[in-house]
Design a protein around this ligand. Structure first.
Ligand SMILES: Nc1ncnc2c1ncn2[C@@H]1O[C@H](COP(=O)(O)OP(=O)(O)OP(=O)(O)O)[C@@H](O)[C@H]1O
Length: 274
């Protein structure tokens, strides 16, 4: 693809075969005057893992964080387009972003347990939501689903910060799923973990897929092929002197990696640029 073509390029929209939970259409995303992402249609499918890949600065995290209005916390952020969650526009005026995040939860790059006990970490969102049922049962279930229960069941009163990095990330996943969100956004959840902990979190993602729909930002192409059902490849358009991210290609992971439709995707998955 030539630079001139790249400047006007808009990816063919990907139409999944199954149900979608989020239909995201980015026209433009700005930070102040800076156009960070343009023209990207990114559906998130039900009970699948959608991996976002692409070179640094192409807007993967920006798009991911737009899916639950996490970027609203940045005052120069501006979103033009629509994010429909089960048909409801999450950017509509009457919508409370705190409620959006109850349905669309988030796990961050650095494990960030709160400075409180393992139990209280997992119970945090439930208490916030004034959960009236059996808290202990809920906490146990979330820790079991996060594949952490057996390692922590005898030390639930210990600080979450006393756990290893991989355990801390699974604790954060338990905290995120305890309130039973519908969608989990994961922003490079393994980048601070060693290979063994990474494997555990990847297996966990594959398990969680039966209950949740997952959107995952990853730098690691092998990770996208191991866990991604669908892959969205973004690139950065530098042709007009800016650095604007845009979607190049989206489809079933096997197709994006083995039979990419765009030359840019071919080069990227072949490791010819990063
Ligand atoms: N809070 C912010 N204020 C201003 N610009 C920002 C902000 N966050 C991100 N950007 C810019 O938006 C662009 C996209 O950033 P983003 O973090 O979404 O990319 P990314 O593909 O996730 O990158 P990486 O792989 O390096 O994490 C970059 O040029 C970045 O500098």
């Amino acid at each position: 693809m030539t630079m001139a073509a790249e400047a006007n390029f808009v990816a063919d929209p990907f139409t999944p075969e199954g149900d979608t939970v989020i239909d995201c259409k980015v026209d433009k995303i700005f930070y102040g005057d800076f156009l960070a992402v343009r023209d990207s249609v990114v559906p998130i499918e039900k009970n699948k893992i959608t991996a976002f890949i692409g070179p640094s600065g192409c807007g993967k995290s920006t798009v991911l964080r737009s899916l639950n209005r996490m970027n609203d916390l940045i005052n120069v952020f501006r979103f033009e387009g629509s994010v429909m969650y089960h048909g409801q526009d999450i950017y509509a005026k009457k919508v409370d972003p705190v409620v959006v995040r109850r349905y669309i939860g988030m796990v961050f790059q650095q494990p960030n347990p709160f400075s409180m006990s393992i139990f209280d970490n997992v119970a945090f969102g439930l208490r916030l939501n004034k959960y009236k049922g059996d808290l202990e049962e809920k906490v146990q279930k979330a820790l079991e689903r996060a594949a952490l229960w057996n390692e922590v069941k005898d030390k639930l009163k210990n600080s979450g910060l006393s756990l290893s990095g991989g355990q801390q990330q699974r604790l954060c996943i338990a905290r995120a799923i305890a309130t039973e969100p519908d969608v989990l956004l994961m922003d490079e959840p393994c980048s601070a973990l060693d290979p063994i902990a990474t494997r555990q979190v990847e297996e966990l993602m594959l398990d969680l897929r039966s209950r949740f729909s997952v959107a995952l930002v990853t730098h690691n192409m092998q990770q996208a092929t191991r866990v991604g059902d669908t892959t969205a490849f973004f690139s950065v358009d530098i042709s007009k002197g800016g650095r604007t991210g845009y979607l190049v290609e989206m489809g079933p992971t096997a197709q994006v990696f083995d039979d990419p439709q765009q030359q840019l995707t071919k080069d990227y998955v072949a490791g010819e640029f990063s």
